[in-house]
Design a binder for this molecule. Structure first.
Ligand SMILES: [Zn+2]
Length: 156
């Protein structure tokens, strides 16, 4: 599974669209010219710098998300050329998608299962695996304690 993801990452030829210099695969910005880079096809975990797996450090998830979100804030691109603005919006959308998926225990479980070719029941339906449900509830409690909703509101 992880080898497969590594080979997908390796087939990308990461060079900066703006200055043509090599960029680190998955890096949102070019180290040479600071231009924002297209989000590309990237694993949600990799995008947020997390280890793949159901057990997610929600504090680390929040830190990674809010850190990247600040760097991709539309205000930072207000005076940039249209192409750079458009790419920054793609990055922000990909980042939000990754965050929304990983912070929600049910969506996270479904995402991991889908990559393994397992189709879990849809949102709003009962997951009839008590162990998974238990884990999901524990993760949700931890998320509530982390107060990330309040942090999101504060930032908005
Ligand atoms: Zn560059």
């Amino acid at each position: 599974m992880s080898a497969e993801h590594a080979s997908i990452a390796a087939t990308r030829a990461p060079t900066c669209w703006s200055c043509g210099k090599p960029v680190e695969a998955g890096a949102p910005f070019c180290a040479a010219c600071q231009a924002v880079q297209p989000p590309g096809q990237m694993d949600h975990f990799a995008r947020l710098g997390l280890t793949r797996g159901y057990a997610v450090d929600l504090a680390a998830l929040d830190r990674a998300y809010f850190g990247l979100q600040r760097q991709l804030h539309p205000d930072r691109f207000a005076r940039k050329p249209p192409r750079e603005r458009a790419i920054s919006q793609q990055q922000a959308a990909a980042l939000n998608e990754a965050y929304e998926t990983l912070k929600n225990p049910i969506r996270r479980a479904r995402y991991l299962a889908a990559e393994l070719g397992v189709d879990l029941p849809g949102d709003g339906r009962t997951i009839d695996d008590p162990e998974l449900l238990m884990e999901a509830m524990e993760a949700r409690e931890a998320l509530t304690e982390a107060g990330s909703a309040a942090e999101v509101q504060a930032l908005e």
